[in-house]
Design a protein around this ligand. Structure first.
Ligand code: 5AD
Ligand code: SF4
Length: 472
């Protein structure tokens, strides 16, 4: 569910005498979604948004720790914010999210570069922490929770296009992949009450939103049995178990309740994706046919060292099932190259798996050792940087080849596009996505943003479909 580092500044003009705050989100969609929760909490105590860092009273960075590079980007931003602070002595700076959780009070006590440190489960405490700052006290809360899902907070969608929205359904992760910092920074897995999920979507739909993405580190593992950690389900009563709601049931509830809304979800973990999810996708045409199914490596040895709970054979069986039940479903991947002890044969196995699946697109990364993870403690980061780089570029090249081939199959066909924005390259063209999550660009004609268009594909690149004939 993590994408490349995105920096998203949020604005809304507020009343000028209100205190102003800015939030910059880094990393995954979950951070974007959490920033909307934080914005809602701050609005409630009288703050208003500003995208002008120079005119803010409070700047918050919602941070990412997934790779070292992500943390370095945040560090650079903190340096530039510190020069703003020199001209505005009243400015307060806060670090939220995964870096806050990982580094705890180091930012505040040792480095003295921020005023506020808040972990992903402690955002409700921000109003109290702001008072602590005013009283001259340290303001740190990095407690992880067994319950917190922010279920009752209506996120403030301040950087919205009014068309697409994220709705979080689970928090945390229990998988403990050996390379991954997320279980340490976001805590144990817990699911959100389906009623609050449906209420949030209902409000979005009433406000004109057309596409909802259900969010979680591992959405297929969603399980509501009245609250509490996923790992404690075993202790639930008989009645709790009988009335529990898993991901396929939730997906069905959402698809049925909002038949005119596009539904997406991310991220799926191969070990938790069951057939019912695929059948539910097949049954409801408003559930988009795209599955993001990270595999990380095509070698069983490496998968084992990563503590991934499936083999290549099992993964390929799941892919076969997806292709059988959902013939026009796109599949995307996350891949890590240069994991400790990865040999040339392991790398070839990854290329081989990619040749087998022919993913529609993917997100590929060099392994980055994260302090405290099992891989950092037990394994040697022993693949030289040059080799990591070369393997990464081979994987990316192969993915681009597959993406290009897969996109060529759309040429001559009609696709349904939800219009999201103007094309970056031409103000005469719209850009949107088809259900398979592929970007489609086509002439604007009389269409409007937020509308659906049927577009005939005439050309393509590795990442974009280009359409011409539009049938209204
Ligand atoms: N190094 C490189 N990539 C990582 N990811 C997670 N942890 C690391 C790491 N330590 C990648 C995985 C995951 C995606 C969100 O980020 O591919 O699926
Ligand atoms: Fe990290 Fe694995 Fe959980 Fe994904 S499933 S967040 S990679 S531990």
């Amino acid at each position: 569910m993590f994408t490349n580092i995105a920096e998203i500044s949020k604005t809304k003009k507020g009343i000028s005498n209100l205190k102003k705050f800015s939030i910059i989100s880094y990393g995954c969609q979950m951070n974007v979604s959490d920033s909307e929760v934080v914005a809602s909490i701050l609005e409630n105590i009288g703050y208003s948004y500003s995208d002008d860092l120079n005119n803010s009273d409070l700047i918050l960075l919602n941070t990412c720790s997934i790779r070292e590079k992500a943390e370095l980007t945040v560090r650079k931003k903190l340096e530039s914010i510190n020069s703003i602070k020199k001209n505005n002595k009243n400015l307060k700076v806060g670090v939220l999210g995964c870096m806050a959780e990982r580094l705890k009070d180091k930012f505040l006590i040792e480095e003295k570069i921020v005023d506020l440190v808040v972990g992903p489960d402690a955002y409700r405490d921000i109003p109290n922490l702001l008072k602590e700052i005013e009283d001259g006290n340290d303001a740190v809360n990095v407690l992880l929770s067994k319950e917190e899902t922010y279920a009752d907070i209506n996120p403030s969608r301040f950087n919205t296009n009014g068309i697409n929205a994220f709705v979080s359904i689970t928090r945390g992760c229990d998988n403990m992949c050996t390379f991954c910092i997320v279980p340490f920074t976001r805590g144990r897995e817990r699911s959100r009450d389906p009623k609050t999920i449906l209420n949030e979507i209902n409000e979005l739909v009433e406000n004109g939103y057309k596409e909802i993405t259900l969010l979680g580190q591992n959405v297929d593992s969603y399980l509501w049995y009245g609250g509490g950690l996923k790992k404690d389900y075993i202790k639930a009563s008989k009645i709790q178990k009988q009335t529990s709601i898993n991901f396929s049931k939730l997906l069905e509830l959402v698809a049925k309740s909002f038949p005119n809304t596009r539904i997406r979800f991310t991220t799926s973990n191969p070990q938790d994706m069951d057939d019912d999810v695929l059948y539910t996708m097949a049954k409801y045409s408003n559930i988009c046919n795209h599955i993001h199914l990270p595999v990380q490596s095509g070698s069983d040895e490496i998968l084992n060292k990563m503590n991934r709970k499936h083999t290549v054979f099992e993964y390929l069986n799941l892919i076969k099932k997806i292709k059988r039940i959902l013939p026009d479903c796109s599949i995307s991947q996350d891949m890590i190259t240069g994991f400790p002890d990865e040999t040339e044969d392991d790398h070839l196995a990854t290329l081989n798996l990619m040749d087998n699946v022919k993913y529609d697109f993917g997100f590929m990364f060099k392994y980055s050792e994260r302090p405290g993870t099992l891989a950092a403690r037990k394994l040697n980061d022993n693949v030289p940087e040059e080799i990591k780089k070369r393997r990464l570029s081979e994987i990316i090249d192969l993915q681009l080849k597959h993406s290009f081939e897969n996109l060529s199959k759309y040429v001559g066909k009609k696709v349904e596009v939800l219009i999201e924005k103007e094309s970056k390259k031409s103000d005469n063209h719209w850009a949107g996505r088809n259900p398979q999550n592929i970007i489609v660009v086509f002439p604007k004609k009389n269409f409007l943003r937020g509308e659906y268009a049927t577009v005939k594909i005439i050309n393509h690149t590795s990442t974009t479909l280009i359409g011409e004939v539009i049938i209204a």
